[in-house]
Write a protein that binds this ligand. Sequence first.
Ligand code: AMP
Ligand code: FE
Ligand code: FE
Ligand code: ZN
Length: 281
Amino acid sequence: MPIDLHLHTHHSDGTFAPEEVVRRAKSLKMTAISITDHDTLSALPAARQAAGADLEILTGVELTAVSHARELHVLGYGFRDEDTAMQDTIRRARERRHGRIQLMIDQLNARGIEVTRVEVEAIAGEGTSIGRPHLAEALLKKQVVHSLNEAFDRYIGDQAPCFVKNAILTTADAARLIRQAGGVAVLAHPYRLVEDDWIPSLVADGIQGIEAYHSDHDPSVTRHYREIARESNLLTTGGSDCHGFRKSKGPLIGTVTVPDLCLEELKQALKGSDPFGSKRV
Ligand code: AMP
Ligand code: FE
Ligand code: FE
Ligand code: ZN
């Protein structure tokens, strides 16, 4: 039965409401999903309510964290969502997101591009964990660019001139936070972001799994990360990373095949989870 462990809603940079994600998951006959919004858990209650008993919702989050001077994404699964340290950290991360969007707007303005925080916040909506896709959409709406990709390539992508880092955590901080809340920490979509020879240090930081199945990974890339996972004794996970219509290819939910075994092994790891975040075998 299909599962998808990497989904976004409009509580961060996706375009679907949690209920819409659940509706689509059910119509695709999925048995389990995880909503992994950036730095927020606010989609969870609505998703759980909409899911009822027919669809399992695994608690999830996608945290931004620095390693090797690069911003990476760390997925957290199955942690206690009421955990105080988790709640506190993601609130600080969301606050940082607002300040950081303003810094990127300042950089754009300095280059003669007129875009305001009010415009970007209007696209994101009240209470949303704001991010670059909202800024990209504002630039598209103002016809500064012709596509969201162009906004990233020319202005706000990781290597582009107006990019400002977002992370308030290191990968070790992120893994510790997730594990101390009883969860499992997984390196998200490593392709083109993470050098293979960083893996040992990420494992030493507390990373327990790797997202081998992802919409950016073709079958040979997935095989490559499964092999790395096997060698390094890591779990494998996967999902589509659906952002609704805020991705050039449109809604990705259901487009990535993730083996059920991934979820079973993840649950096994969660059962063995200890509150002190010490390394698991
Ligand atoms: P942020 O969390 O604000 O740093 O924004 C990261 C998000 O921007 C990612 O989760 C993707 O949704 C999106 N993103 C990052 N790089 C690109 C890109 N090159 N093209 C399109 N979307 C991107
Ligand atoms: Fe995103
Ligand atoms: Fe990501
Ligand atoms: Zn994501």
